[in-house]
Design a protein. Structure first.
Lengths: 316, 464, 417
């Protein structure tokens, strides 16, 4: 029983990260009907911007003591600064992508925009690889490396707690923005019907830019948080994680915000359980990545609108 | 009006009396002999020592395989409008199936056949059998993937095909008998089969199957089936309303396209002699997409062109990175300059048709040479950049993706759009417009500046 | 008239442009160079290995060329980066063999990549020496493939012996890299030896190099209560695994192999690397004069960076090749192959190198303890293969004994910190 709970905690942890990234996918699809292939790479960019910030602020991994607190820098302050800084940086990147790559092709067909999105994703990845090489870099840990015993054999580590707390805070913040602010109402209007929203006087370009910024900021937060848990970051880390987060968005119902969160958690737990119990039924842990894709195919075949989505009738 | 390939070959009047069957047979024999001759030229020793060095024959073979992939993908994506980005998955199925068969099960058969009819014939027969299996396996995979997925539209279909390709890859990586994550270069346990995958696929076979693929797809497209497929692309609901069983046609196109991808995989396996699932990742599928998008999604000759360009591009970027970057950067510049030098001001002779095309080409080449002269020979940009630590060949994939995005922004229909490169352009060029020269002169110019920037053939009419 | 002039001008420009050639790099003088192809991972997931090996090879090449080359001919290295992917390895090696027509190949570090390249080298009958691939399959591909290091059946046995005898462990769990032949080989041999010594393997899990989260595997392992955990993987993942393992409350010793040897390990794992041991090819604090000279020279050339085992092996591989080229008297591949096969008692920094019948080398392994505070590996003990006689007096460093004198022996008093 303890084993199951421990694995559940592990699963929810990864799931929270997937959820943060999935929110970006789902919001952009909701208003533009566009799959932003480059979103996974924004997650990666967020982590690297965070890395740059830690260097700027003076945190390194080379000090004996390895927690960046021996130079009198505070850890919590550092984490907050790096988090906010990377979120802002990624938001700018997201808005730039929208302005220069997606806006010009908005009037074209879906295939063209999809190809453009994939092109942007590859561009970002290879730009980073060309500059930094595809080798991993280590992110300094801004979270103390301790762990707490919950009950019995179940432990939870500080990075895991931080991931849970911050993702929940961010999701609450997102809910507040969407339901309690003017721009949030505008976002909901645009996702309902772009043209009608334009007719009502909403500046759709601003709303779209804001949505991209919001989604990218969340993905960047996910990137920095993951780096606390797993300090190895490399330019290609956004590919698989981005794809799985996309599956999470589809699973929850693409365009549906609580759905994205639910989808993320489900995928995280499913993956972990396959590794935890898979050997009992003959599945090696190397099948872990296949879980997300299998779920994707099952969802699209059996219930394409996702768990919480609603079916859209096709008009002739 | 049905056009067959043989009608493009000019023939003396006496041959007109021969039935088309004989004409086609003769055509096929000519092609085969040309291929055999070219194949002999492909090695350093062939053609009395005048053969091509390895580097070029390697690129040609790679281009041949890419042509098969591009043309077959064009059938389902360009002509039927179903966006599939899982092509590498079917290639992988064909590659691994054929390699598995060759390595573990064909040694005995080949020995028996060699005793009967000599080594070349024996190898040919074994190879054909193995490729047939590759095609069937990939076709089966295409059926399994296609039937459930082709109900979906647009983005969803793309993602599902991507997902299936990844699942195929992950399944293959877990099969120890074909090497697992290490890669497949021969029998895992040495007594069970051959030590290496034999290199059956020389230029002859690759060229032959490229020709076969082109002919088959061409004939499909020009037939009733092809018309149905194109109608599905243009407006699926309308096609359904006209009584076309869209699901059936889509699945058929998908299966045929996957079968050819499997053949390409089999050829690849027997050329590279080493299979690794990392070669069949998403980027490989996407490369094929780039090929057909570059060439024009509804054009067979376009996808051939795209395949050749994309095959050559990485190599060119590796050896001549600065020249390529200059060449690419000059395209928009040349277009702007040509617009400034308006067509009316050109002499009558080069204003339209083939002569105009040649003029544009010469203009561009001259511009390129001038730019190269200035930037590389005079300013020595390449040395300065590498002295500053910028290694441009590292950026070649960046250039790739930037090129793709630029193309999507400026000319989403690709180089040829829906047109085919062909001899009919020769005829069109002879049309001399009467009166005002600038009006009505179409000419089918390849580097056309006439297409409106928003000419996107796949625009769906959405009610938003 | 005007048009004709313009046309002529255009043509003239074209000729001018075509005739200008790029300024090319000149070829050096001296005898015709001996081309050695080097293929390594210089920018991928195991780039630390590739960079270190390259450093060792280049240092050796410069020493050789400064001493006059090989029979008057300079050694020219053609170095290619294949980013650690087996598909790219075959492309790059084919290019080196067919296009550049190298006389010999050096590479790779990861056994999977050497395995991808070996059939090509064997087929082209060009000798290939891998500096640090330890999976036995590599040299079995053919008689043109050699290595200058020990092989995994020995390396796996080393850690098993250390775990059972020195750490007194009875239960071991294994967490291996699914994509790596090196990791799978070590797992197999560790299991064999550990069970032979009376221990039990309580759990066996795998991960892939793209995994970001190892907690599920670690939780499963933790629930089986092992005495030690063997993680025969590469530094990029091992550092993170160690960190997450300690977070999960796993305090038992972690064991590994030469794949851990990279400076990034300290950045990634930090203090989690305490209480861990690896088997490696040499120990940097071995007081033997040749080794210390190598360390000093390397530090001087590369800005104070200390050489790791991979740099040392790269250095040795290049020197063994040069020595064989000297003996073969030329670059004829059959003669070169035979010369390499006949290498006997070559003094390497990683030990005395004698090619055995399987084209491998019998060498002892050093067991090193991880000291994250100093970002260093400290010497713990040496373990010899069964067919080698260890020096009789512990602490003596045998100078000229005909049986292979292991380089990693050092007087423990001087070496342990």
């Amino acid at each position: 029983m303890d084993y199951f709970v421990q694995q559940l905690i592990n699963g929810l942890n990864i799931g929270a990260i997937y959820a943060l990234i999935a929110l970006g996918y789902t919001m952009v699809y909701g208003i533009l009907r566009l799959i932003n292939f480059a979103h996974g790479d924004v997650y990666m960019v967020g982590a690297f911007v965070g890395l740059g910030l830690t260097k700027l602020l003076g945190y390194t991994t080379s000090i004996p003591g390895y927690n960046a607190d021996t130079q009198g820098h505070s850890l919590w302050g550092g984490l907050t600064l790096v988090l906010i800084g990377s979120m802002v940086g990624a938001a700018l990147v997201g808005m730039a992508i929208e302005r220069f790559a997606y806006r010009p092709v908005r009037k074209y067909s879906r295939m063209t925009t999809l190809i453009t999105a994939i092109g942007v994703s590859l561009l970002i990845e290879y730009l980073f690889v060309a500059q930094l090489g595809s080798a991993q870099r280590s992110f300094p840990s801004l979270v103390k490396n301790e762990a707490f015993n919950l009950f019995g054999d179940v432990r939870i580590s500080m990075p895991q707690i931080i991931i849970f707390v911050i993702s929940i805070l961010l999701m609450i913040l997102l809910q507040w923005i969407i339901y309690k602010t003017k721009i949030g109402t505008a976002m909901r209007a645009v996702s309902f019907n772009l043209n009608s929203a334009k007719l009502m006087g909403i500046n759709t370009d601003v709303v779209i830019a804001f949505t991209f910024a919001l989604g990218s900021a969340l993905a960047a937060a996910g990137g920095v948080l993951t780096a606390q848990y797993n300090p190895s970051i490399d330019p290609l880390m956004g590919i698989i994680t981005g794809l799985k987060a996309f599956v999470a968005a589809v699973l929850g119902g693409i365009g549906n915000i609580p759905g994205a969160v639910l989808g993320g958690l489900v995928i995280g737990v499913a993956e972990t359980m396959v590794v935890a119990y898979g050997s009992d039924i003959g599945l090696a842990s190397s099948y872990r990545d296949a879980v997300a894709f299998t779920i994707l195919i099952l969802v699209l075949l059996l219930r394409p609108s996702g768990l919480l989505g609603s079916t859209v009738q096709e008009k002739v | 009006m049905k056009k067959s390939l043989s009608s493009l070959i000019p023939h003396p009047s006496s041959l007109k009396l021969m039935p088309p069957f004989i004409k086609r047979l003769v055509g096929a024999l000519v092609i085969v002999m040309v291929l055999i001759a070219l194949n002999a030229a492909m090695s350093n020793e062939g053609f009395y020592g005048m053969g091509l060095p390895y580097y070029y024959s390697h690129l040609l073979r790679l281009a041949g395989i890419n042509i098969i992939l591009a043309v077959s993908l064009n059938l389902i994506t360009g002509f039927t409008g179903q966006f599939s980005i899982g092509h590498a998955g079917f290639m992988a199925v064909g590659a691994y199936a054929s390699a598995f068969l060759t390595v573990y099960y064909t040694q005995g058969l080949e020995q028996k056949l060699t005793a009967m009819m000599g080594a070349t014939a024996a190898q040919a027969i074994v190879f054909l059998i193995v490729l047939l299996v590759a095609a069937l396996a990939a076709a089966l995979a295409g059926l399994v993937v296609g039937i459930p997925s082709l109900r979906l539209r647009g983005d969803y279909l793309a993602i599902v095909t991507l997902g299936f390709a990844e699942i195929i890859r992950i399944l293959l990586v877990n099969v120890q008998k074909v090497g697992g994550p290490t890669g497949f270069s021969g029998a895992i346990a040495p007594w069970e089969g051959r030590a290496t995958i034999p290199q059956y696929a020389n230029f002859f076979w690759i060229g032959l199957f490229a020709v076969v693929t082109i002919v088959v797809v061409y004939n499909i497209v020009r037939s009733d089936t092809g018309r149905a497929l194109i109608s599905i692309r243009e407006d699926e609901l309308a096609a359904q309303a006209m009584g076309i069983n869209t699901t059936r046609y889509k699945v058929v196109a998908f299966v045929i396209s996957s079968a050819f991808a499997g053949v390409a995989g089999g050829l690849w396996a027997h050329y590279n002699s080493f299979l690794s699932t990392q070669d069949f990742q998403f980027f490989r599928s996407f490369e094929v997409i780039i090929m057909i998008v570059l060439g024009g999604m509804g054009s067979i000759t376009g996808s051939i062109l795209g395949a050749v360009v994309i095959t050559a591009l990485p190599e060119l970027l590796r050896t001549y990175p600065y020249e390529i970057v200059i060449a690419l950067a000059l395209i928009p510049l040349a277009a702007v300059l040509l617009r400034v030098i308006r067509r009316e001001r050109l002499p009558e002779v080069i204003r339209s048709g083939w002569p105009h095309a040649i003029f544009v080409l010469v203009f561009y080449v001259a511009l390129f040479l001038v730019a190269r002269l200035v930037l590389i020979n005079l300013l020595e940009l390449d040395y300065r950049l590498s002295a500053m630590g910028v290694n441009i060949s590292n950026y070649r994939l960046v250039i790739y993706s930037a090129l793709l995005i630029a193309m999507m922004l400026t000319r989403p229909q690709g180089l040829l759009g829906h047109q085919e490169l062909g001899f009919h352009w020769l005829k069109r060029a002879q049309k001399r417009p009467v009166g005002d020269a600038s009006v009505g002169a179409s000419g089918g110019v390849p580097i056309a500046e006439r297409d409106a920037p928003t000419a996107d053939p796949y625009k769906e009419t959405e009610n938003r | 008239m005007r048009r004709t002039l313009i046309a002529l001008g255009l043509v003239a420009v074209m000729f001018l442009g075509l005739s200008c050639e790029r300024r090319g790099a000149g070829t050096g003088g001296g005898g015709e160079p001996i081309k050695v192809g080097v293929y390594l991972d210089l920018s991928g997931q195991t780039s630390s290995f590739g960079q270190s090996t390259k450093n060792g090879i280049e240092m050796a090449r410069d020493e050789i060329n400064k001493a006059g080359g090989i029979n008057g001919r300079p050694v020219e290295l053609i170095i290619e980066d294949e980013q650690g992917e087996p598909g790219k390895v075959t492309t790059v090696v084919t290019k080196l063999l067919r296009q550049d027509q190298v006389h010999a190949l050096l590479g790779e570090v990861a056994s999977t990549n050497s395995l991808a390249a070996a059939p090509k080298a064997q087929e082209a009958k060009i000798p290939m020496i891998t500096p640090s691939s330890t999976n036995p399959k590599d040299t079995r591909v053919g008689d043109y493939i050699f290595r200058v290091c020990f092989i995994d059946p020995f390396q796996g046995e080393v850690m098993a012996k250390f775990a059972a005898n020195s750490l007194k462990a009875k239960r071991a769990a294994i967490l291996a890299d699914f994509n790596s032949d090196y990791s799978k080989g070590l797992t197999q041999f560790f299991k064999q030896s550990f069970t032979k010594l009376g221990g039990t393997i309580v759990d066996e899990k795998t991960y892939t190099q793209s995994d970001r989260d190892f907690s599920s595997q670690l939780t499963a392992i933790r629930s089986t209560n092992p005495d030690v955990i063997y993680i025969p993987g590469y530094y990029g993942q091992v550092g993170v695994i160690a960190k997450q393992a300690r977070q999960q409350g796993i305090t038992v010793p972690l064991l590994g192999g030469d794949g851990w040897d990279a400076p990034q390990l300290w950045d990634l794992g930090g203090e989690a690397m305490n209480n861990s041991y690896i088997s490696n090819h040499y120990s940097i604090d071995d007081p033997k004069p040749e080794i210390q000279k190598f360390v000093t020279d390397y530090k001087a050339r590369y800005g104070g960076v200390a050489p790791d085992a991979l740099a040392a092996l790269g250095y040795d591989a290049m020197r063994v090749l040069a020595d064989a080229l000297q003996r073969a008297g030329g670059t004829d591949s059959a003669k070169l192959r035979d010369a390499i096969a006949q290498t006997k008692n070559f003094p390497g920094v990683t030990g005395t190198i004698t090619m055995n019948a399987e084209r491998n080398v019998d060498k002892p392994a050093a067991v090193l303890e991880l000291k994250p505070a100093a970002r260093q590996f400290g010497y713990k003990e040496t373990i010899y293969p069964d067919n080698m006689t260890p020096p009789t007096t512990a602490g003596a460093s045998p100078a000229a004994s005909p049986a292979a004198s292991p380089a990693a022996t050092a007087s423990p008093a001087a070496a342990t910190q």
